[in-house]
Design a protein around this ligand. Sequence first.
Ligand SMILES: Nc1ncnc2c1ncn2[C@@H]1O[C@H](COP(=O)(O)OP(=O)(O)O)[C@@H](O)[C@H]1O
Ligand SMILES: [Mg+2]
Length: 333
Amino acid sequence: MAHAVTAPPGTGGGERAAALAVRGLAKTYPGGRRALAGVDFEVAAGEVFALLGPNGAGKSTTMRILTTLSRPDAGTATIGGVDVVREPQKARRLIGYVAQRSGVDASGTGRENLTLQGRLHGLSGRTLAARVDALLETVGLTEIADRGTREYSGGTRRKLDIAMGLVHEPRVLFLDEPTTGLDPEVRAEIWEHITGLAGAGALTILLTTHYLEEADRLAGRVAILDRGTIVAQGTPAELKGDLRGDAIHVEVLDPAAAEPARRVLAGLARVREVTVDGVTVRALVEDAAGAVPLVLAALTERGVTASSVAVARPSLDDVYLHYAGRSAKEERA
Ligand SMILES: Nc1ncnc2c1ncn2[C@@H]1O[C@H](COP(=O)(O)OP(=O)(O)O)[C@@H](O)[C@H]1O
Ligand SMILES: [Mg+2]
């Protein structure tokens, strides 16, 4: 089933049509909790866009509004030119949504879950059966399709969730924390599936994640959301480049030495944003080559033994730390 791509009003001829356009989105929950304070972003057709941000930043609220499950107080959101508030039914046909919590029914098999989801979208007969087979294959569930989902692992269930979000061939797929809580191998597998879906070109993907390496790998562009506002937006490379300077990583042998090492670094001029992650102390410096000897000298002077001092280009984690004020790893802990 092919959908005609409708360009939203105001999209220039030369640019790719925006699959998703969000303008001034605001939302305060009953009780006075302000979740969104004016959010703007645009996602081009075929693009993978990641929303990053600490817990409570407003990522899920943004997704729920875009998927017509919640209403904004102000602002607009369009999917392929269709306004999600004014034409929710029409918008729903264009989108697939994989919520933060799994929507798999534990009393059915994988195939039954997927088939039911297709029926809810008005599909039936051979068209539906063929699509279910194809999707099970896509996410690698063919062999266990007829087993009860009660037996499925967390990762397998997540793959089924993604297949369920795709059954009606949406134009835009929303993935709210698709890999949170899964072990690294399964996460990597799901990344492959997402890359495959995006690579086919027809699908636009908006995902939220706590894993910055995931955003770095999968997303063409990212936006960092903090307290309901986008504080930075761009390609991962642009955001890292904007930080200016280098990251410096000091490793200590004994975890107990990490905090003293952090204090030594924090006390140095021109060393910014010092954080501890296990036995690694990370910071940003203007000129790494000049900073390394100073850092080593200061550590030695205070009796802190470092097993290594390394210079690195800033990671997306450094970007996140800079804008959100804390590291994504601390956030997950
Ligand atoms: N249904 C709700 N009712 C009241 N407050 C909510 C509701 N959902 C979310 N919030 C609040 O809105 C803010 C944003 O939440 P959310 O969008 O879930 O953030 P995120 O997905 O980035 O963690 C948080 O302060 C949260 O507590
Ligand atoms: Mg959330």
